[in-house]
Design a protein around this ligand. Structure first.
Ligand code: GLC
Ligand code: CA
Length: 590
């Protein structure tokens, strides 16, 4: 696409598949690998170049596959290794690539490593895990080694009677953390990477990878977390994130395995700062190509209150956070300073159109406005299955409709602690992970064409209107807007490499920015509200010879010679033009 020393994936868009909910080929109600292979036409029509597959490894499914009991096999409900090979071959035949999800901060408590390693302190696999002696006060199971809280509720330590120790689990007790201080464990992980590379995978998405290096104290213990909430246990991520050995572990993995292949890699990194992200993604001294930051996803929760403490999004906050990442990782020339990932949804987040858009009257416009705003920025965009259809949050009438252990555990604990059950449900309805996990809506038939059996999570009632078959036939659909965003990225270097200059930074409803690459200019203008908004753009932000590349409302003046004076509800426009060679227009806030 350009003469730059670019990587093969620089102008590509990634599509995330949550296998359990994508397509069920055999009527058991659970999506599977042959189901995915049968649906590649959809991905090819969309134009995505890379598929990220959420975990398909053998797993007891306590956390839907993010608890792996065999890293070298496929969960029977998803298929076989032969089905996996067939998927890789089918993707490659269409010129698409596959990213595997790698979950190695923890495994499943049913993994042989844990089953055997927990039996005795002398077993070689004992050292694959993180153990702590009971604290002096009280007795097991009520005297864990420190005050850390598990992400999915309760203490992060569980007692292990055979050895008289506690084991660490930052997530659920079914997900014991792996001990990266063990060279044997690290060698196992390298071997797992080689196993999947030999099967043809083209990259990895690494689950919570910045939590792997725990900061041990000199006396061999793990330090207490600061007390920020009532009760015996305290949030623990702050204690382990980007630990002192993190870069050593990642660089070793790069040196021993990743560097021998031309891959795409992304690390999921909660609480990551831009400086830490730069360290991880620096092309010469780092280890991964990009990270998933969470800063923008945390803006609609009360600071320090956790995801369930709801707060409305204040658009200028979001613009400021995104711009900071654009500045710190996009770099003046998009080279040598890392790389951004761009996402508004995944299997852990609610649907964007319900979260920050309008999933009623303005469903199509708000879905496409958010897509335009995101995809115009520097970095690699990720589309979560169904996002390209404008799929909405699940109805979730009561906790009985939830399947996710996070929501179920939170509901139990919060109600027990005396919180108003209606308020607890309101937060789960807004933020619960089941929202994004309802089956993919393929057509208007029963079960949306997802399954001929009973889906593991009910299909959305709106599937008769919101589905892939209808969207592909409708030129004004969310699907076709995403398709055009993906195609345009591949046509103009400014889209991939341009520096991002913020515009109207303080405006409460408009989001706008200019991308600058040599004399190329890309202007992105979005009204992220349901009302008409007047637009007052600084004159020098309007590119010369501007032409509309893409809009989400019909009847736009394609040959406009000046900036629009207003934008309709949820209207988004992307213009391409030229500007003075490499002269950067100043940043504006208004
Ligand atoms: C990541 C995954 C999430 C999972 C957790 C524990 O955040 O995206 O789905 O529950 O890690 O593996
Ligand atoms: Ca199935």
């Amino acid at each position: 696409m350009s003469s730059l020393a670019s990587r093969w994936w620089h102008d590509q868009v990634v599509y995330q598949i949550y296998p359990r909910s994508f397509a069920d080929s055999n009527g058991d109600g659970i999506g599977d690998l042959p189901g995915i292979t049968a649906k590649l036409d959809h991905l090819q029509a969309l134009g995505v170049g890379i598929v990220w597959l959420s975990p398909v490894y053998r797993s007891p499914m306590a956390d839907n596959g993010y608890d792996i009991s065999d890293y070298r096999d496929i969960a029977p409900e998803f298929g076989t290794l032969a089905d996996f090979d067939a998927l890789v071959a089918a993707l490659h035949a269409r010129g698409m690539r596959l990213m595997m999800d790698l979950v190695v901060n923890h495994c499943s408590d049913r993994h042989a490593w844990f089953q055997q390693g927990r039996q005795s302190r002398d077993h070689p696999w004992h050292d694959h895990f993180i153990w702590g002696e009971p604290a002096a006060d009280g007795g097991p199971p009520n005297n864990p080694p420190n005050n850390w809280e598990a992400c999915f509720n309760g203490p992060a330590w569980s007692f292990n009677p055979p050895t008289g120790e506690y084991f660490l689990h930052l997530f659920s007790p079914q997900q014991p953390d792996l001990n990266w201080r063990s060279a044997a464990l690290r060698a196992e992980v390298q071997d797992i990477l080689r196993f999947w590379l030999a099967r043809g995978v083209d990259g990895f998405r690494m689950d919570v990878i910045n939590l792997i290096a725990k900061p041990w104290l000199a006396d061999g213990t793990l330090p207490d977390a600061p007390v920020v909430q009532p009760g015996a246990v305290q949030p623990a991520f702050v204690m382990v994130v980007h630990g002192p050995q993190l870069m050593d572990h990642l660089r070793e993995m790069r040196r021993e395995v990743l560097a021998q292949h031309d891959l795409i890699t992304v690390g999921e990194t909660p609480l990551c700062t831009p400086a830490q992200a730069r360290e991880i993604t620096d092309p010469s001294t780092g280890a991964l190509d990009m990270v998933f930051s969470f800063e923008h996803m945390d803006l609609d929760s009360q600071p320090g209150g956790g995801k369930w403490a709801l707060k409305p999004l204040h658009l200028p906050d979001l613009k400021a956070v995104m711009q900071r990442w654009q500045d710190e990782l996009g770099g003046a020339h998009g080279q040598g300073r890392g790389w951004n990932s761009l996402y508004l949804g995944n299997h852990d987040q609610p649907r964007i159109v319900s979260r920050w858009g309008d999933d009623g009257r303005w469903r199509v416009q708000s879905a496409t406005a958010w897509a335009s705003w995101l995809h115009g920025q520097q970095g690699t965009p990720y589309i979560y299955q169904g996002e390209e259809l404008g799929m909405t949050n699940a109805p979730l009438a009561s906790i009985d409709d939830c399947r996710d252990l996070e929501s179920i555990n939170h509901h139990r604990a919060a109600v027990l602690a005396g919180q108003n059950p209606a308020e607890v449900m309101r937060a789960i309805r807004a933020k619960g992970r089941d929202n994004a996990r309802t089956p993919m809506q393929w057509d208007d038939s029963a079960n949306a064409g997802f399954s001929t059996g009973t889906p593991w999570l009910p299909v959305q009632t709106n599937h008769r209107e919101v589905n892939a078959a209808a969207a592909r036939q409708d030129p004004g659909s969310v699907f076709h807007h995403y398709r055009q965003l993906i195609a345009l990225r591949r046509q103009h270097a400014v889209w991939v490499f341009g520096r991002t200059v913020p515009l109207l930074a303080a405006h409460p409803h408009l989001a706008a920015y200019l991308r600058v690459w040599h004399d190329q200019r890309l202007l992105v203008l979005c009204n992220l509200s349901g009302e008409v908004q007047a637009v007052d753009l600084p004159a020098e932000a309007w590119p010369r010879q501007a032409r509309l590349q893409l809009g989400n409302w019909a009847d736009v003046d394609v040959a406009a010679t000046s900036a629009p004076r207003s934008l309709r509800p949820w209207e988004a426009r992307i213009y391409l033009g030229v500007g003075p060679l490499d002269a950067a227009p100043p940043a504006h806030s208004r």
